[in-house]
Design a protein around this ligand. Structure first.
Ligand code: LLP
Length: 421
């Protein structure tokens, strides 16, 4: 559920008309709903009630400072994957002891930043990383709390580019080697082993792969405890999917997921961490764009928008489906007609949807891409020298620009000219 609804035929974000925001900031822009962000965070928090737990929002999904602050004030921890994300989380007021550090290639510099600034745990992804983490921790006279990310070799049944839990993926260490690697870690004076980490992929719309992976984690917990390790924390990653295509989707709910976690892992008495990104931010955001032209091709119509693949890359990169709806609802009884919805970037890949049934639209009309709050603005680029689009946060009847559109001068002046020119 989200808070983007039609009122008298006009699309609103909570109590603010989308067309009012468009008038104030221009198109394209992203708009996020505070109530939806908080609702999704709380659904996870409640789903794990009864177990000691922390919901660590995977901020790669949407790392705007205002989004982070909204969630942090509600009690969320953060899952970070770079020194930049660590700094963003701290700048938004998240204490170090609520930040977990994931990622396959943490540099010495990033490790140092987190150790000096304070960190809840590192999720270690390889033996070489473990050696470096141990060395940096010893240099600083600290002990780094760690989990080790195990790769359970489970098929997440999601798009190949966002599956991470098969043995051919680059993530984690093979679960079959876990006992050996934990034994090595236990001998390193700069490390304190506290738990196990697993993340099998993103946009999972079936709970079965989670169940398989968590059963394997439960078995491993018992084995590692028998080997003498103190396993008190299990980080279960993120990955729960959202209904991108509303007319045709029925994904599992956070409460179903919470029940699964209790069933598979509850008996171990561990503190549970989860790292949801998409399910918290995805349906809390829209990308709003204006129709520039309606063009008739050979046997095909094109809706040419002012938003493009550089603003929302998911359709081009993952063949992702996003619902696209008019900001002013079509009159009842109007038959939608199939049309190709494209952006103005000079690539055929700049196509959001092919032969999508849409009500008649004209130049100047606004459309909204649903489910664009996660992996939207954060993956945007300035390709074709198109400015990054602004982000707007709504709360009740208030809205605020939370990232400005850069001016062309700002964009150009980021480049510097060598003196020989
Ligand atoms: N934890 C780890 C270690 C991850 O690698 C990820 C996502 C998450 C948590 C959060 O997963 P979520 O709950 O959001 O599914 N750009 C792609 C998604 C990439 C996901 C990468 N890792 C997309 O637009 O679909």
């Amino acid at each position: 559920m989200d808070h983007f609804l039609y009122r008298d035929g006009a699309l609103y974000a909570e109590d603010v008309a989308i067309s009012d925001i468009a008038e104030a900031v221009g198109t394209p822009f992203y708009v996020y709903s505070t109530a939806t962000l908080l609702r999704h965070f709380r659904l996870f928090d409640e789903a794990l009630a009864g177990m000691e737990h922390l919901v660590c929002y995977a901020m790669k999904a949407n790392s705007n400072q205002a989004v982070l602050k909204t969630l942090a004030q509600a009690g969320a921890g953060m899952d970070v994957v770079s020194g930049g994300e660590y700094r963003r989380a701290r700048a938004a007021g998240v204490p170090g002891d609520r930040i977990v550090f994931s990622g396959v290639g943490k540099t010495r510099e990033e490790i140092r930043t987190a150790l000096e600034g304070g960190i809840r745990q590192f999720n270690v992804e390889s033996e070489p990383e473990m050696v470096v983490l141990d060395a940096v921790a010893q240099e600083l006279g600290r002990v780094a709390p760690i989990t080790i990310r195990v790769n359970p070799d489970v098929d997440a049944k999601t798009h190949a580019k966002i599956a991470t839990g098969k043995s051919e993926n680059k993530f984690g260490i093979p679960i079959a080697r876990a006992r050996e690697v934990y034994a090595l870690a236990a001998q390193m004076p700069g490390l304190q082993v506290i738990g196990i980490d697993v993340h099998i992929g993103s946009q999972l719309t079936d709970l079965a792969p989670f169940e398989l992976a968590y059963q394997k984690v439960a078995e491993l917990t018992e084995e590692l405890r028998a080997d003498g390790h103190q396993i008190t924390r299990l980080d279960l990653g993120g990955g729960l999917g959202i209904p991108y295509e509303r007319s045709n989707a029925d994904p599992p709910l956070p409460s179903d997921y919470g029940a699964l976690v209790k069933r598979t892992l509850g008996h171990l008495g561990c503190e549970i961490e989860i790292e949801p990104g998409r399910l918290i931010a995805g349906n809390a955001g829209l990308l709003i764009s204006e129709v520039i032209y309606v063009k008739s091709g050979e046997g095909r119509e094109f809706l040419i928008l002012d938003g493009a693949m550089n603003d929302l890359i998911r359709p081009a990169m993952y063949d992702a489906y996003h619902d696209i709806i008019p900001v002013i609802e079509a009159a009842p009884g109007i038959e939608p007609q199939p049309i190709d919805i494209v952006g103005p970037v000079c690539e055929s890949g700049d196509t959001f949807a092919k032969q999508r049934p849409m009500p008649p639209l004209h130049a100047g009309d606004l459309v909204a891409f649903r489910s664009a709050g996660a992996y939207g603005a954060v993956m945007a680029s300035e390709y074709n020298s198109r400015p990054l689009v602004p982000e707007v946060l709504v709360k009740g009847d208030q809205f605020a620009v939370i990232r400005q559109r850069p001016t062309f001068d700002e964009m150009i002046n980021r480049d510097t000219i060598p003196e020989w020119l």
